[in-house]
Ligand binder design. Sequence first.
Ligand code: UYC
Length: 230
Amino acid sequence: TNQSVEELLERFTSGSKRQRLSLVPTIEERAEELAALAQAALASFDPDGDDWAAGWILQVFQRHQPQVLPSLLSSESSGWFSTPSAVGIDYEPLQRDLLAENFEEADRFTSATLRKLAGPGAEQRGYVYFSEVHAINGLDLVTIDRLWTAYSQGRFGFTTQARLLNALDGRYHSLWARIGWKQDGTWTRYPGSFTWSLSAPEGHMPLINQLRGVRLMDAVLHHPSLAARR
Ligand code: UYC
């Protein structure tokens, strides 16, 4: 159709979830026209939120019109979305990798940050005990979750995984196939057999290693700060 790019933006910004999803390819096709009004394209979105429509516009710019990105980012921020941390963690690498769809790197940053948030014991041993999760700062978990949501059309992140688990009445054995962590009853092999792109199944990322059992993931998905976002 020959709607104006302003009309396209209006529908992408304020449409229903289904309408927005149907406009995802059109946003990409019209990247050049959108870049000409880059400031206005993002003006109606909230950097403190997690609206994936803003994340998708930024990913389209990153891929097709990267020259407009610096003008959208203030020099002292970690990217377009705000990334508050209660413990001084810089989320710039995570936001940069998610923006560029470097999902494997973003995933490694996420698990390393979970260890850091859980404390020096977890960092030294190289993995988090489930019993350490309740003390993790909720602000930081929410920042990580918002970024994964915003840069995945709302398909990745802990709250997506928690929502899917909830819809399966808490049955992890059903969740594994749903999020692509098991194929034909076999664990998906890390890292090479995971799908490190937006075409991955919903809830595919971030990964939580199941080598030591499901209790760590269960504690993360049920952290009170995330439960409040579902
Ligand atoms: N790995 O299979 N995983 C590792 C996953 C399992 C294993 C890391 C996820 C099953 C070993 C991450 C799945 C299993 C190591 C993940 C998966 C297994 C390892 C990086 C699907 C064998 C290396 C490290 C559920 C049957 C040794 C980390 C070690 C690493 C993620 C084996 C992110 C989601 C049960 C031997 N696997 N992992 O822990 O100790 O962050 O790390 O889940």
